[in-house]
Design a protein around this ligand. Structure first.
Ligand code: MZP
Length: 494
């Protein structure tokens, strides 16, 4: 056997040492843009994310609802693959068909409907602003709008009529079809609007432009018609039924795929990558993994992976290390694979992004993972806690929780993820069925987490992720100094 000298370490054993914070180094100037798929030196990656977060390929995390919410916040979900091909493709389609700024033609909402009806529509479509027309169709005369904010204010009055909460059309500042995005922006900011309704020559509402749409195109005075870009979405696949699953997902509009496996250093992954790359002449993007060392990285890189996931056994619901005795401390695995990624980029001019998957507990772990070389982070537990995740919210004891189960648990029955060949079944469990504390809306949580990441990056003197990776100073901590890092030697108030 080969013994490695290295101790397997995880994020909680490291801290960042501040670098020089210049006056320009403020959170507003920090960009979290990151590549999702491989690119040649000097070129732009085909897909970039605005925030370095993707959601785990899990039944209890990534359905279309969570995917829509995360994509709207600048990240991306991989719709879980442990379901029939048709239902997974349908989820992908739902995300691709989502049009945040459009007025639904089937809203059927008139001023006499109730706020409960608005809420249902918001839930069904994800629209945060609903146009209310005379006859409930998008061709009817616009009378006003209701936004989800209005709904929240009136949470106790679901039976109230829309007309009591509607902002009348006469009071709205409206934009016209054909105006540029910078003109729309002018109106949005001047009138402190959340959304700007756009009407055509016949005064009919065509769509809304949201402040967010503007933000993501700040530098470019696009025509308003470029605004409603389709949301990005990924999908998980396995090494068994890929010849049927991949075509269905591609047809449904998936932007990127990922071979989902607990141990990805295998000939099955190579075979799957080769088939996809040949069948689609390189046009279908597909990530692979998971690996925990240089050898695994090089193998999947040579096999054609567009990104590579790192991590075995670190997931919050994972018992692989206990069951099979394989894995590696997530920080050590990441540092090793990041070095291979850099060496590969130097040698071949091809940069293959790596994703740190699983085991991120505190927000500061995320900055550490990024500083250690991760281009983006895959998380399950983090997202499972939000309203948008697909699982039930329950009360256990006196606290709200949400269900969260591993793909290797008997509940998920995702034997393909743990497939070692042989018969089609989960031989033994590698994951647990659990609860996570309920944490509310994704957006509120993301604002806090991203705020912390940006603040830490400023402390390190970095305003971009590549800068963080190049300049971060990282130190190991002793177990005694870990104690020093929390509140200590004081009596905490309730
Ligand atoms: P976490 O964010 O909850 O710590 O970890 C999520 C990751 O754990 C997933 O992205 C996946 O790689 C891994 N996972 C999912 N199911 C299991 C399991 O049942 C698992 N063992 O390890």
């Amino acid at each position: 056997a080969l013994f490695t000298d290295e101790v397997s370490r995880t994020f909680g054993e490291y801290l960042l040492i501040p670098g020089l914070t210049t006056k320009q180094c403020i959170p507003e100037n920090v960009s979290l843009k990151t590549p999702l798929v491989k690119f040649e030196k000097g070129q732009k990656p085909f897909i970039e994310l605005n925030i370095p977060f993707v959601s785990a390929i899990m039944q209890s995390v990534s359905d279309s609802g969570l995917a829509i919410a995360l994509a709207r916040n600048g990240g991306l979900s991989f719709i879980f693959g442990s379901q029939p091909i048709s239902s997974q493709a349908e989820m992908v389609r739902k995300v691709k068909n989502f049009k945040a700024g459009f007025v639904t033609s089937d809203s059927n909402l008139t001023p006499e409907h109730t706020l409960e009806d608005v809420l249902n529509l918001i839930k069904r479509t994800g629209h945060s602003t609903i146009g209310v027309t005379e006859d409930g169709t998008s061709n009817g005369k616009l009378l006003g709008i209701v936004t989800s904010r209005d709904y929240r204010i009136s949470h106790d009055s679901k039976d109230s009529r829309i007309k009591d909460f509607m902002t009348p059309f006469s009071k709205l500042t409206v934009g016209k079809v054909g105006m540029t995005l910078s003109e729309a922006n002018q109106l949005i900011w001047e009138h402190k609007l959340n959304a700007l309704p756009i009407i055509d020559q016949d005064q009919k509402l065509v769509y809304f432009v949201f402040r967010k749409d503007y933000d993501s195109h700040k530098e470019n005075p696009y025509e308003l018609s470029d605004v409603h870009k389709k949301l990005l979405v990924g999908a998980g696949i396995n090494t068994r039924d890929y010849k049927e699953r991949v075509p269905a997902l591609v047809e449904a509009g998936a932007d990127v795929l990922c071979i989902d496996s607990s141990d990805g250093y295998s000939e099955w992954q190579k075979e799957t990558l080769t088939w996809i790359k040949q069948e689609y002449k390189g046009k279908v993007l597909v990530g692979a993994g998971n690996v925990v060392d240089k050898d695994g990285f090089y193998y999947l890189a040579e096999a054609g992976a567009d990104f590579i996931k790192v991590g075995i056994g670190g997931g919050s619901i994972c018992i692989t290390r206990e069951q099979k005795g394989i894995g590696r401390g997530q920080a050590t695995a990441l540092i090793d694979v990041a070095a291979a990624r850099n060496e590969y980029a130097q040698r071949t001019n091809t940069y293959i992004p790596i994703c740190s998957d699983g085991g991120l507990v505190h927000d500061y772990h995320m900055v550490l993972a990024l500083a250690m070389g991760a281009d983006f982070l895959m998380m399950g537990r983090y997202f499972a806690r939000f309203d948008e995740s697909p699982t039930r919210k329950l009360t256990v004891g006196n606290r709200f929780v949400k269900e969260y189960w591993g793909e290797g648990s008997n509940r998920a029955k995702n034997w393909q993820r743990y497939d070692m060949g042989g018969t089609e079944s989960l031989k033994f469990e590698e994951g647990v069925d659990s609860y996570v504390p309920y944490a509310g809306k994704m957006k509120d949580n993301l604002n806090i987490t991203l705020g912390k990441i940006k603040a830490t990056m400023c402390s390190c003197g970095a305003v971009s992720l590549p800068e963080l990776q190049n300049t971060a100073k990282i130190t190991l901590v002793s177990s005694t100094s870990i104690v020093e890092g929390g509140a200590h030697d004081v009596i905490l108030k309730e």
